[in-house]
Design a protein around this ligand. Sequence first.
Ligand code: SAM
Ligand code: SF4
Length: 469
Amino acid sequence: MQTVNKNFINEKKIEEDLAVNKNPESRRVKDILTKALSIETLEPDETAALLNVEDKNLWEEIFEVAGKIKKKVYDNRIVTFAPLYCSNLCVNSCLYCAFRKENTEGIRRRLSLEEVEKETEVLISFGHKRLIVVYGEHPLTNIDYISDTIKTIYKTKVGANKIRRVNVNAAPMSVEELKLLKQVGIGTYQVFQETYHRETYRKVHPKGLKSDYKRRLYALHKAMDAGIDDVGIGALFGLYDWRFEVMGLLEHSRELERSFGIGPHTISFPRLEPAMNTPFVQQAEHKVSDEDFKKLIAVLRLSVPYTGMILTAREPAHIRRKVLPLGCTQTDASSRIGIGAYSRKYNKQEAEKQQFLLGDTRTLDEVIREFASDGYITSFCTAGYRCGRTGKCIMQLLKTGEEGKFCKLNAVLTFREWLDDFASEQTKEAGEKVIKKEIEELKEQLPDTYPQFEKFYQRIKNGERDFYF
Ligand code: SAM
Ligand code: SF4
């Protein structure tokens, strides 16, 4: 068990690092870029220097190197998933969220297990293989409810198709509760710190369980203690200065690496979005511009080069397209965040009563078509956690590029399945071109594994499913 008394977010040090690394010399920035390219986590003063770059040309270089790191570790793969909001009941008072206790607008409820099954069926029928389940914090959505919903999702089938990985975004829990989560077979457990700046944290979480900064800061240490070694961190950008939050995310990653030998499996960087009856959002002083959003994504990519980076449908399509090449590895598609919104008729008015408003409501098919025409392959691979390539093991594999081999093979196999089972004609056409190119590369890069790959590929083409390396 790790001590929870020490404090790994040293605000004074973060502010000092940001202050003394102003307008760094071009030579130094280039050295930092070289270090990041060797897939090494950066030191705080190095990240601070990148955040302080003023020269436009240097930023262009940073963007370019961020793209190269993404390519080196994750190649042209994008993983897609969908969020499943199981409940909007919440005892907390987060000023930015429409689910806060004080918000009396909108209907509050949790899904029954039958409804979870219906929602899952719809998501399976879109072709999703990965979900993230989301809950408010409430006694009615305790660990028993969370476990039951996840078990229901894993049990649900539409024909031969099913969800193969369920990630969780929920409140901090005790080690005992987290052990139960592990038992039901979750993928990644995400808890966002929202803001690493204590004073801001206190202001935006004035009361309730979430007002305890430290409980949240150590939520993922507890998950590791419980044996969950795939954890996701995140900050809600717009609550405080974006440069400070990037430093906070870096410190959090370094702390996990130091304490457990494993950094975060993913980093999320949602931007604050308007939400029903939530005036705080309009008044927020630290909203992040599109230009700064690009910068923060690129610096995160460089600072924690091995981690997965999640871009969500909070962002509109044109922004997603612009920032994806800077290092994002996962994104959601066909998302709805109203409770029961996938299986019910859904209109604009209802959409406005969600936790926040989505910027991109395109279908999974549309999103995948755009990816394919931009040269990305959508991977539905969930093999990693099913064959124990998680935590320390996957981190090492990612750093050395080894994991990439499995991922490339599995990406093609799972994309083949998806194209045959779910794609529209137009998407299929774009997808076939990507698959063709990938297969050529596999033949060349992995001659020893290729014969086995080809066997699996043919069997999938003949209608069999779920082969992976
Ligand atoms: N209730 C759990 C918690 O707070 O950790 C998990 C679910 S919460 C619904 C998921 C995430 O949504 C939060 O961690 C927060 O970062 C994000 N969120 C809340 N309000 C938002 C808003 N107005 N715009 C964008 N993201 C928001
Ligand atoms: Fe509740 Fe999470 Fe929303 Fe806060 S962010 S009000 S904890 S659902």
